[in-house]
Design a protein around this ligand. Structure first.
Ligand code: AMP
Length: 511
């Protein structure tokens, strides 16, 4: 949203790949952008082949760090050219003459895996570099065959990557570059345990690691510390003052049945934890009830609650026993709840200042988060006033339709099912395979399908209850300046996190 009359084009501008950022957070010892003359020929060729005129800001800014192998966290949204930002430098890093996987890109969804694969194919055209995407929900045969032929870059969801590693269909012994794309979404889907297991397959030699994410809430920052060596942040945000670390977005929803739209938005956004603000006690109770009836784990917080009850609710939120807190402004005043990924405003506040207080509940302690408002036509005017008063650029997000919601649910369910299956013993798998005939039989009959649907629904609903697993808060270490165990550096000066797997094969190594 903008103050201009043409809100639509302002929205587009925000998504446009050439939108100039006016606030850049650079790493310490920042590196200047390359001039056109300094850009490697391989990258110039790729830009030309792709039909692009120049690099987008996120590409130009992040390129030098990547070419100099400095681990980097990049705050970048879809539409900023972020895929190109991590694929272009690979032109200079990957060796086509070595038929092993040298770059691994972890992504949250199959759709994104395919998208990254497509873009990489364009960028790698004519170089001899091969890329392959792998994801859950499909058989292993094709992916196994393709991996046997060899891919220099593999892009995939952490669950499927782990499956393939466990099956020894491929290995990461020759990996040089690891990239997390949309790290915040990967954590909200619940991929953290899979990522930890993938970590144990990383090679013993130092690798370069990059993390791209729209937001960097505390749990994403913790993830970066687990996987990266001295990660530093590069952030290119567009005009946002007062609450600079926070992304602001809104959905336009009809006033009738707003609660139903809230459910869909929550299913799509899948926040790890959130406060949902309402203006009245009645709405707080209504929204909390609807959320619980739907299957979400929510608690309400109004000023009516006794102090001890308040404490209990807040404790549950901190522990992750409660995922959503529904509250009025007054009830939420002064409460201490760190690490919320989202602030959701079921309705905009009645006074402008409250917007800043509400939004400030995410993006704490130097991390970033997202504030989402649900507005009807009239409330949109309210949001415009807030936008004007605080120079906040609101990103307009399209309401998800049923098809998108179903696709998202299907993908999440597949992830859960495949994750569970991975944990089964040989004997258990044998037992499970006894049902194959029954499943086939049921699948042929439309009515009978509902029976399996019922089982899947139970599984899915239970997944809404708990917060997805997150990187743990580290215990304070007595001596912070001491380098961590298992760190080693390319230069011998510092160190990078290593894979902890023993017996990583050395015979294929280039070093
Ligand atoms: P992404 O942020 O990676 O989802 O990219 C958004 C779109 O921008 C994709 O269609 C890219 O092909 C396109 N794109 C990426 N880099 C550039 C560039 N330097 N110039 C023009 N378009 C680009």
């Amino acid at each position: 949203m903008s103050n201009s009359k043409d809100g639509q084009s302002a929205d587009k501008m925000q998504h446009g790949v050439h939108a100039e950022p006016d606030k850049v957070v650079e790493p310490e010892e920042s590196m200047p952008e390359f001039t056109n003359e300094e850009l490697p020929r391989s990258i110039l060729n790729a830009i030309e082949n792709a039909g692009w005129d120049s690099l987008t800001p996120v590409q130009a800014k992040s390129l030098p760090y990547q070419l100099y192998n400095r681990d980097l966290m990049v705050q970048a949204k879809t539409g900023s050219g972020k895929t190109g930002a991590f694929v272009l430098p690979l032109l200079e890093k990957l060796r086509p003459d070595i038929n092993y996987t040298q770059a691994l890109i972890l992504v949250p969804t199959r759709e994104l895996a395919r998208q990254v694969e497509r873009e990489a194919r364009t960028i790698f055209e004519g170089t001899g570099l091969r890329v392959l995407s792998v994801y859950g929900g499909v058989g292993y045969g094709h992916q196994r065959e393709a991996l046997e032929k060899g891919a220099h870059m593999v892009v995939g969801t952490p669950g499927r990557i782990l499956d393939l590693l466990l099956r020894r269909t491929f290995d990461l012994d020759d990996l040089e570059t690891l990239i997390f794309d949309e790290a915040d979404r990967m954590l909200s889907i619940g991929f953290y345990p899979d990522m930890c297991q993938v970590k144990s397959y990383l090679p013993r030699h130092p690798i370069s690691t990059y993390m791209f994410s729209a937001t960097f809430p505390e749990h994403v920052l913790r993830l970066s510390k687990e996987f990266m060596y001295k990660p530093q942040l590069l952030s290119l945000s567009s005009k946002q003052v007062h609450v600079t670390e926070i992304e602001h977005a809104y959905y336009e929803v009809p006033s009738m049945g707003k609660e139903r739209h809230l459910m869909r938005i929550l299913e799509m956004e899948n926040p790890t934890s959130a406060i949902i603000f309402c203006n009245t006690k009645a709405n707080v109770e209504f929204v909390a009830t609807v959320l619980n009836n739907f299957g979400f784990n929510a608690a309400d917080l109004t000023s009516d609650l006794s102090q001890s009850r308040r404490e209990k609710v807040l404790e549950q939120l901190r522990n992750g026993d409660v995922r959503f807190l529904v509250a009025t402004d007054i009830a939420a005043r002064g409460i201490d709840v760190p690490d919320l990924s989202h602030v959701i405003m079921y309705e905009p506040p009645e006074d402008k200042e409250s917007y800043i207080h509400r939004a400030g509940r995410t993006g704490r302690a130097g991390s970033s988060g997202i504030a989402i408002s649900l507005v009807d036509v009239i409330q949109k005017l309210e949001l415009q006033r807030i936008s004007a008063a605080y120079s906040i650029n609101f990103e307009h997000r399209q309401l998800p339709d049923d098809k998108q919601v179903i696709e998202t649910i299907n993908e999440r369910l597949t992830t859960i099912l495949e994750g569970r299956f991975r944990g089964k013993t040989i004997l258990e798998r044998e037992r499970i395979s006894r049902y194959k005939d029954l499943v086939r039989q049921i699948a042929q009959d439309e009515e009978q399908c509902t029976l399996v649907g019922m089982l899947l629904d139970e599984l899915y609903q239970s997944s809404l209850h708990s917060r997805p697993p997150q990187p743990p808060t580290p215990k304070p270490r007595p001596n912070k300046s001491r380098p961590q165990k298992n760190y080693r550096s390319k230069s011998g000066k510092g160190g990078k996190p290593q894979g902890s797997r023993s017996g990583s094969s050395g015979n294929k190594r280039r070093y």
